[in-house]
Design a protein around this ligand. Sequence first.
Ligand code: SF4
Length: 338
Amino acid sequence: MENLDQVCNEGFDVVLKARGITKWFALKKWFFEKQAYVRAVEDVSFDVYRGETLGIVGESGCGKSTLARTLLRLIEPSRGVIEYEGKDILKMSKQELRALRRHVQIVFQDPYSSLHPRMTIGDILCEPLRITGIMPDKKRQRERALELLSMVALDRSYADRYPHELSGGQQQRIAIGRALATYPELIIFDEPVSALDVSVRAQILNLIEELQEELDLTYIFISHDLSVIEHICDRVLIMYLGHVMELAETEELFNNPLHPYTQALLSAIPQIDKAKRRERMLLEGEIPNPINPPEGCRFHTRCRLATEICLTKPQFRDVGNGHFVACHHVKEGTAELM
Ligand code: SF4
């Protein structure tokens, strides 16, 4: 991915750099069987710029959550390089990793299962301060917990409650508050609103946006919901079956999607405004099995434009304006399909 190095870094302040991230999960095998792997993420590269929200999008099973976990080494990648502020995360000792987790936090999809049911909200909010050791004084921890409650717009009295006493939206506010406890710079949100009622989604998204502005945070935002991504992200990376298909600024991607997979995803977004409606492009067939994914372009078994050349892997190419696409049928150096 030389192009990515040449173009994306120019003039941008890179917080996190991922190159060639690959994660294969070994499957259990019987004695004489050949080892099989789930090829969850393969050769994924991108940069995250300071202060931006980078969206990672794809259908379920495309590898986006696995990718997010490898960035924090909650799952060890099989290959690749991940740098945070120029430091190689994969070479960090346990102690250095603990320090890193002060700066980089993650918020998961299901708030209830990410909060300890027998801990009070106050203790949950203080937990990262204890683990990282940045605030050993108990009184100050309690003050920080109360401060975090007000940052996520909950009353101080919630500190003495338990997770089961809170609604889903309130639980997600606590999960966000806990992620903020150690004054992080980068937060990874893994489908943070998809387990919530539609009525509270907008409130949580607004909170996430307000906190970013207030605290100068950088976000990686993972979602399968393109309406949410369009609303909240500055740039978007599209994944399919563990590979990156397209990367562009949000406005550019939504106005000028080049990859046939992106085009199909965008055509499925319901639009009330008639002028914005796109011709519906149905995705035929099922997403292939990641144990035995298609060779060449991963999307070729479902692509309406596939030809013989698609049996070879397309390069991830720069088509200008920070817009990258992996498709043989996008013209070299232009934002057009051949
Ligand atoms: Fe479709 Fe071929 Fe482009 Fe893949 S490389 S998206 S199969 S046209």
